[in-house]
Structure formats: structure tokens, C-alpha cells
Design a protein around this ligand. Structure first.
Ligand SMILES: [Zn+2]
Length: 458
């Protein structure tokens, strides 16, 4: 988890000492979980594992068939949680590696702008990235293929691919763990009852009962930490907390959102300017490649190929969206972010049905990712009523006109990029809304703040 984490840990304690024999059984589970994690790290933590870790079903299937669980005699709940933990570590290792390489690319003065373009493209296209790392030629389709070949034309592909491989080898670290001081458990592996907790054990259908000092019950993934010398355990429960404005996140920002550019701020900064490029690649693909015969959809080879191609473009679009949301939040560092209620999808266009279904879905995706990422950073995200927000003057409030990309107000003479004017209106309406609801709240509650809903550590 990152430093902007929104969880705090609540602890639960055993009420009576745990017998040496029971502790032995718990330690055995912890040791087995460690083995599973290291097994996953070894097998999938390297360059060769990259193609398998997203979205991870492959790893899960291969692990199921590896026979490791049976050899260990480990309950499946612990087995699969260990796999997911390990996969999470591998993914963050890749994320760290990539961001380090991106920084190096930016700073490397020997690279031309064309070189950088090429490298960034390869890194963002997972297919491309995997192929280059494996030392082969990427197999791309449609627009991606075209873009790729255009980018290749101006650079020394062989040299850049080698550079990228060197960078990955230098920065990618295969995780490994020696710690066997506990294990992760989900509600499938435990049950709260009788002033304590029942934990799944390696012996089938036998649960170990541990009386606890409190009667709190949680329904999430917990970590059971073992203290063999003391004969005790703690149950570490991640609890979501509302934390206001962590390090550096403050102030208020308004956003205009759109297809041409994902976000424009009230100060005129743009993010996601290539959104449409990614979106069109997907939309065009859906329009041109959707097989006519949809009968027997599951086993139809044309349909399979189509779905695979579509999934690739979706992944590319999604990683672009996520990267741009991150970049926006980390650059702007807002405490509160206002965005307009998004307009309905335009009903024009040749392939109305398909276009609409694809772009509508992406709109939802952008919104849900923005919401999640704001939550992770404790940024308050507020939706603002959007009617007429594009034609109102953000300085004087009069009705203005849009002239191409510019907004002009005849009353006060304001002239500014149309999207920026929209974003400024979003900010203005958001601030008014907040002031209004704060006033109402104060009247209702007499200004008394609510106590935290979460139990403190005891
Ligand atoms: Zn005006």
C-alpha cells in the first residue's frame, strides 16, 4: 500500500495464552503461506512472468494445477490469499520498475524526442512491452500497428529495445520473503463467535478457537500475526478512515471533463489529451471487427479473436486513463475536487448503438477510477450540477458565446479557452454548494462534529 493509504490498523488480542501445541499449528500455516508466496515470486516475479500476472487468472489456474496446495495440505483460503498477496507484490514491483525507467527516459539526454516517444509507446502497450522484453517483434493490429511502425521509422529500434531490456534487468527485483510470522485470512477462513474467533486449520473441518479481549467483528481480510514466545497473537484489521488532506493535498480545483481531453482545470492545465486516440482505436475496432455471426459465441474462433483484440485495446485505454488521472492528482494536489455531472452521450453518429455503448462505458470507467483514486488520497470529490455550465461566464455570470475553442463574454469582455471557463464555473458552483451545505449543517447540528465511527485500538 502507498503512503497515501486510507487504512489504519485496528488490533485484536487473544484473551488467554495460546498453548504451545496450538501455536505450532498456527506457525505451520504461516510457514506454508511463506512457501506459497516464494513459489509465486520465483515463478512469476521475473520478466517471463509479466504476460501472466494481468489479470492473474493464469497464475491462479497454474497454481491450482501445481499440486503445491495438496503437498502442503493447506486450506484453499490461505493458499489463494497467499497467491494474491504475492501477485500484488509482483505488480507493485513492476509499477516501481516502470516509473523508475520512465524517469530515466525523461532524464537521459542521449535520447531524442522521437526515441522517448517510441519508448513510452512500447511501455504503455503491454503487448509491445512484453514482446520487446522477450526479444521479439510485437504483434499488433490495426491502428496500433500503424502507430508502432510510424514510431519505429524515426529511431534505432534495436538500440532502444536493448536499452529498455537493460533498464528492466537493472531495476526489476524478484521479491522474496523470509518472514513466517503470520498469515492473511479472509472471512472464508474465520468466524467470530462466542467472544472469540474460530480459525480454519490444516486438519480438515477442524477450527481453532481463540478467545478475544473484545467482541468486535469484522468482515474483511485480516492478518493474523503470531508471537510464539509470548504465546499470543494479534489480529490486524485494516479499517478505512477518513483522513483529511494528507501531505500537501489542499485547496480546491474545478475540472471540465470531455472526450477530446479527459480533464481541463480551472487554471487551464490539460490532462489526457490523447484520450480520444485510445478511445477511437477501441471504437473503430468494435465497429469494424465485430463478427457478423454471433451464433455459438463462446466457441466461435472469430469471436474469440475479436474479444482478445478488444480486450487489448481496452487495457491500453484503461492504463492510459489511470496514468493520466494519477498525473493530474499528483500535479494538482487538490484537497477538494469538483467535477460536473457528465452530459448524456451524443445520439448522433453512424454506428450510434456501438459508439454509445463503448463510450458510455468508458465514461463510467473514468468516473469510477477518479473516485477511487481520490479516495485513496483522501481528496474530497464533489459532483456539481452541470446545466449551462459551458456557456456561462465564469467571471461575471452572464451568458457568453463559444467560438471554436474559445469562450467570449460580451458583458465583461472575458476571453478564455472554453474548457477552462467550464472548469472555472465548476469550481465556482462547487464552492457555493459547499458553503451552502456547511451553513445547513451548522444550523442542524450546532457545529458539533461527529465522533469517529471506528473503534480505537485497545
Ligand atoms: Zn463575463
Amino acid at each position: 500500500m502507498s503512503q497515501e493509504t486510507i487504512y489504519k490498523t485496528v488490533y485484536q488480542y487473544n484473551k488467554v495464552p495460546i498453548s504451545a501445541k496450538d501455536m505450532e499449528r498456527l506457525l505451520e500455516i504461516a510457514e506454508d503461506c511463506r512457501k506459497v508466496r516464494n513459489f509465486v515470486y520465483d515463478r512469476y516475479g521475473g520478466i517471463g512472468g509479466l504476460a501472466k500476472i494481468y489479470p492473474g487468472y493464469t497464475v491462479q489456474n497454474e497454481m491450482t494445477h501445481s499440486g503445491l496446495r495438496e503437498r502442503l495440505g493447506l486450506p484453499s483460503v490461505y493458499f489463494y490469499l497467499s497467491i494474491f498477496d504475492a501477485l500484488g507484490d509482483i505488480k507493485s514491483q513492476w509499477a516501481r520498475t516502470k516509473s523508475r525507467i520512465e524517469a530515466n527516459i525523461k532524464e537521459n539526454e542521449k535520447l531524442t524526442p522521437e526515441d522517448r516517444h517510441y519508448l513510452r509507446f512500447v511501455m504503455k502497450q503491454s503487448r509491445c512491452f512484453e514482446a520487446v522484453l522477450a526479444g521479439g517483434e510485437p504483434e499488433l493490429e490495426g491502428d496500433w500497428k500503424e502507430t508502432y511502425h510510424t514510431l519505429c521509422a524515426g529511431v534505432d529500434v534495436h538500440r532502444l529495445d536493448q536499452y529498455l531490456r537493460r533498464q528492466v534487468r537493472r531495476h526489476l527485483v524478484k521479491p522474496h520473503t523470509d518472514a513466517a510470522d503470520g498469515f492473511t485470512a479472509s472471512p472464508k477462513g474465520y468466524r467470530y463467535a462466542d467472544h472469540g474467533i474460530y480459525l480454519s486449520m490444516k486438519e480438515s473441518r477442524r477450527r481453532l478457537f481463540i478467545p478475544l479481549t473484545d467482541n468486535n467483528r469484522y468482515t474483511r481480510q485480516v492478518f493474523i500475526r503470531l508471537y510464539p514466545k509470548e504465546g499470543s497473537i494479534t489480529i490486524n484489521v485494516p479499517v478505512e478512515v477518513k483522513r483529511k488532506h494528507p501531505a500537501g493535498y489542499e485547496g480546491q480545483r474545478g475540472l471540465a471533463m470531455g472526450l477530446r481531453c479527459m480533464f481541463v482545470t480551472d487554471t487551464g492545465t490539460s490532462y489526457g489529451e490523447r484520450y480520444l486516440e485510445y478511445q477511437s482505436a477501441l471504437t473503430d475496432y468494435v465497429r469494424k471487427k465485430l463478427p457478423r455471426h454471433r451464433r455459438n459465441a463462446k466457441n466461435n474462433p472469430g469471436m474469440k479473436k475479436y474479444n482478445a483484440g478488444k480486450a487489448r485495446l481496452e487495457t491500453a485505454l484503461h492504463s492510459y486513463i489511470n496514468a493520466e488521472i494519477n498525473r493530474m492528482l499528483e500535479t494538482e494536489k487538490p484537497g477538494t475536487l469538483y467535477f460536473p455531472k457528465l452530459p448524456a452521450v451524443s445520439k448522433t453518429g453512424v454506428n450510434r448503438k456501438i459508439n454509445a455503448s463503448v463510450s458510455m462505458w468508458q465514461k463510467g470507467y473514468v468516473k469510477s477510477r477518479l473516485a477511487q483514486k481520490c479516495k485513496e488520497r483522501s481528496i474530497e470529490l464533489v459532483e456539481v450540477f452541470g446545466k449551462g455550465i459551458g456557456t456561462e461566464c465564469s467571471r461575471c455570470g452572464a451568458e457568453g458565446v463559444k467560438d471554436g475553442d474559445m469562450f467570449r463574454c460580451a458583458s465583461c469582455g472575458l476571453e478564455m479557452p472554453e474548457r477552462q471557463n467550464t472548469a472555472a464555473n465548476v469550481l465556482k458552483r462547487g464552492k457555493n454548494m459547499q458553503a451552502e451545505s456547511a451553513r445547513k449543517r451548522e444550523m442542524k447540528e450546532g457545529g458539533i462534529q461527529k465522533e469517529s465511527e471506528f473503534p480505537e485500538k485497545k
